[in-house]
Design a protein around this ligand. Sequence first.
Ligand code: NAD
Ligand code: MG
Length: 399
Amino acid sequence: MKKLAILGATGSIGASTLSVCRANPDLYQITLLAAASSVDKMFLLCQEFSPLYVSMSDKNSRVLLAERLKQAALPCQLLKDQTELLQLLGSNEVDSVMAAIVGGAGLTTTLAAVNAGKEIFLANKEALVMSGALFIDAVIKSGAKLWPVDSEHNAIYQALSPNLQNNIGACDLHGQGVAKILLTGSGGPFLEKKLSDFATITAAQAVKHPNWSMGQKISIDSATMMNKGLEYIEARWLFNASREQLQVVIHPQSVIHSMVQYKDGSVIAQMGNPDMRIPIAHVMGGGQRIDSGAATLDFFSGVNFNFSEPDFGRYPCLKLAIDACYQGQQATTSLNAANEVAVDAFLNQQIKFTQISQLVERVLTNTDTQPINSIEHLLEIDSESKALARQIIKRDLLC
Ligand code: NAD
Ligand code: MG
C-alpha cells in the first residue's frame, strides 16, 4: 500500500480523492489529511479514514479540532505548524501527495513534496502558474513523478505517447509528431449571456457552473475563463508547449476534456462525464484503470459536440492570462495574485464581475518584467501584487 497525503482534504478535489480511496481501499494508506479551517468536515474524515496525521493551517481551527479528537479518543496526531507539515511531506512516511489546496497557499507544500521527489498528483494549478520554470526544474532535479489531475491536462496526458508522458515538463512535442494541444473549455455559465448584462452578474450566478461541481474560486475562474487562462499556462509548463502548439477551444458540453492533434491529421480526445473522480482515479491508479465511482458516458442520451473559438471580448481574463504566459514568470505570478484578490473581492460583493479583469489588468500594467530566480523572490512578487490589488480596490473600485 502506498502512503498518501491529501492537501486540501476538505475541499471538492479532496472529497473526490477520498471517494476514489473508498472505492479502492487496498491501494493507499492515508497518512495525512490537511486543510485550512473546516473543523467539522475534518473531524468526520478523521473518524472515517483514521489518518496518522492531521494538519489545519488556521490556528483556532487547530485548537478546536484538537479538543474534538481528544474527546473522541481518536489516535490521529495533529501537526503543530507548517514546519511540521513540510517535514512530514519530505519524510518517508509519505509516498504520494494529492496537491489540492486552492490558490497560491498551496505552493510551499506542493514544492516541499516535489523537492523530496514524491509522487505528485497535481490539482493545485495556481502553484505551477506562479512558479513555472522553478517548479519544473525542481521536478526534473528531484525526479518527482508529476501526474496532472486537472481534467484537461489529464486528458492531454492520456492522449500522449509514453515517450511524452515520461518527460513531463521537458516533452519534445514536435519531435513526437504533435501538431497542437487543443485545450477545451465549456465557456462557463455566461457563454450566451448578453455582454451588457455582465456588470450585474452576482456571485450566486457566477458560482453555478453548468457542468461541473467545484470549489468557489475555480467556479468564478470558470465564469471569467481565467481558469482556462491558468490552464493554458499550466499546459505550457507541463507539456513544454509553444504558442503555436496551444489552442483554446470552446466545447460547451464538457464531454471532451481536451485533445491532441498529430501531424498526420489524427486527433486523440479523452472523453467522459464531467466528474473529477475520473482523472483522479487515473492518476491514483498510476495510469492503470481502476474504479472511479463515476457514471459512464451514455452516447444515446443526447451527447452533443459543439466547438467554437473563444471571444476575448467576452472573456478578457483569458486574453490577459495568455499574454502573461509569454511575458514571463513575473507576469504570471502577478496575474495569479491579482486574480485571487479579485475573486475574493467579487465573492464579498466589493467589486463587480466586470471589474475582475479590470483589476488584474491594472496590476499587470504595474508589474515590471525582471526575471524571477528564486521562490523567495516569487513570494515577494505575489504579496506585492496582492497588496497593489487591494489598494486599487480600496481607492477606485469598491462598489
Ligand atoms: P475547494 O475550495 O473546494 O477546497 C480547497 C481546499 O484547500 C480546502 O480543503 C481548504 O481547507 C484547503 N486550504 C485552503 N487554504 C489552505 C491552506 N493555507 N493550508 C491548507 N489547506 C488549505 O477547492 P477545489 O475546488 O477542491 O480546488 C482545489 C484545487 O484544485 C484548486 O487549485 C483548483 O484550481 C484545482 N482544481 C479543482 C477542480 C475541481 O473540480 N474542484 C478541478 C481541477 C482543478
Ligand atoms: Mg480544468
